[in-house]
Ligand binder design. Structure first.
Ligand code: NAD
Length: 437
């Protein structure tokens, strides 16, 4: 099939490359000229394991192309995926500006029937809005369907090609048949494809992300209690997770969730609930707990160091989670800004997100601009405290005798519970973590 992917970001590029790999002829469109130029020159603008190779292979075999020419991209395919951003608007609702701009372009440039597939995460009712916008300009027939994406950055290719489920919301047989054909290669390998109505499909995405975020905030709310009574949140999570009704995933207490999805999707769902006169109190609590949780490590650092002014703090991990360079809503932003406000000097290390972080972390204290280190060891040189913010695998097996000898003081605040308190004590560290006394 000939497919156009509008938006060549984390979702659009991964989806485009995977659909090309399944044998489709894919054009990825973006308005970001720099991004498309890089891709045309064989460079993938984001860090996503395996994506370089997948893109290169499909470009070489002639199934994947890149363009900034909207008219050409829309004219070239019968199926147009919308995979542009839906960031948080000023009032917490999803900002649909980019989605509706694409809808207008589709209406203007369509040269025959188009199946419009909305892959962006959008509030319930958005397909209707997209349909209305296209209708204003359309001279040909078209269908709009919903196909939310559940991939996770860091394992995006595997998640796309081997998902727990594909959700498709349709209201016409023609759209249904075309979508089943697109996903046939994925269904054939045993991954369920769920066909439903458009509104339910749109809501499945928000409900799923909100549930996962709720699990994290739930555990984070229990973490201080564990510390007070001498229980261990990791043991609690393990014991809970063994219950098949609960399952073990997304039960990790820590420095809060971040990223380009959970924070904005929880807020957008709260907004939709309120707009429709429904109670959003569970999700408001989820969001509030998370906002507080991002600063949870700060009192712990103060517990070890007292006043933070002029103290040297080493921060390991900047990306909102391991295996990505995505810094959107990363807890590291809040933590580093808070450290700077307290007069601390920050030196940070992240295996891939350092460059990206410069666009996101404000240099609040001009006297102490953040330094970046080339290795985790360089990062801790002379530090009064090491703070772990992202649980990269690279931090799991390091030489802690060396780390202790490089630091000015042997203090660690582990915001992701990467290490065992007993082992860290044996190395001679003052070690504080989340929900473990
Ligand atoms: N990132 C994730 O892990 C993830 C997972 C599932 C769903 N989603 C959802 O997918 C959507 C896209 O997210 P993302 O992380 O890929 O965003 P992104 O910011 O990485 O990419 C969006 C791209 O769309 C481009 N764009 C904007 N307007 C355009 C237009 N008119 N024509 C062509 N290109 C245009 C931008 O330049 C950008 O490159 C969002 O709704 C998000 O919530 C994201």
């Amino acid at each position: 099939m000939r497919i156009t992917m509008v938006g060549t970001g984390y979702v659009g590029l991964t989806t485009g490359a995977c659909l090309a790999n399944l044998g489709n002829d894919v054009i990825c469109l973006d308005i970001d000229e720099k991004k498309i130029e890089m891709l045309k020159n064989g460079k993938v603008p984001i860090y996503e394991p395996g994506l370089n190779e997948l893109v290169a292979q499909n470009v070489e075999e002639g199934r994947l192309r890149f363009t900034t020419d909207t008219k050409y991209a829309i004219e070239s395919s019968d199926t147009v995926f919308i995979a542009v951003g839906t960031p948080e608007g000023e009032d917490g609702s999803a900002d649909l500006r980019y989605v509706l701009e694409v809808a207008e372009s589709i209406g203007r440039f369509m040269n025959g029937y188009k199946l419009v597939v909305n892959k962006s995460t959008v509030p319930v009712g958005t397909a209707e809005k997209v349909r209305e916008v296209i209708k204003k300009y359309a001279q040909y027939g078209f269908d709009v369907c919903s196909n939310p994406e559940f991939l996770r950055e860091g394992s995006a290719i595997r998640d796309f090609l081997s998902p727990d489920r594909v959700v498709i919301g349709v209201d016409s047989e023609k759209a249904k048949d075309a979508m089943i054909k697109i996903y046939r290669g994925i269904e054939r390998t045993g991954n369920p494809v769920m066909i439903t109505d458009i509104k339910s499909s749109e809501m499945i995405k928000y409900a799923s992300n909100a549930m996962l975020a709720a699990r994290i905030s739930f555990m984070n709310q229990l973490a201080p209690l564990c510390e007070k009574v001498g229980a261990d949140i990791k043991e609690i999570a393990k014991g809970m997770g063994l219950d098949k009704r609960i399952g073990s995933r997304f039960l990790q207490a820590g420095a809060g969730y971040g990223g380009s999805c959970f924070p904005k999707d929880v807020k957008a769902l709260i907004k939709t609930l309120k707009e429709k006169g429904c109670d959003g109190s569970i999700l408001e609590a989820v969001d509030n707990v998370n906002e507080k949780q991002k600063k949870y490590v700060i009192p712990k650092i103060k517990q070890l160091l007292g006043d933070l002014s002029n103290k040297k703090i080493a921060v390991w991990g900047l990306a909102f989670k391991p295996k990505t360079d995505d810094m959107r809503e990363a807890p590291s932003i809040v933590i580093i800004e808070e450290l700077q406000k307290n007069g601390a000097k920050v030196r940070a290390f992240d295996p891939v997100a350092q460059e990206e972080s410069k666009k996101h972390i404000n240099q609040i204290n001009p006297e102490h601009s953040i330094e970046y280190a080339k290795t985790p060891y360089e990062c801790v040189e002379g530090a009064d405290c090491l703070v772990i913010v992202t649980e990269w695998d690279e931090f799991r097996q390091l030489d802690f005798n060396k780390i202790k000898s490089l630091m000015a003081k042997p203090n660690i605040v582990d915001g992701r519970n990467v290490y065992e308190p007993k082992e860290m004590k044996e190395f001679g560290f003052n070690y504080l973590s989340v929900g473990r006394s």
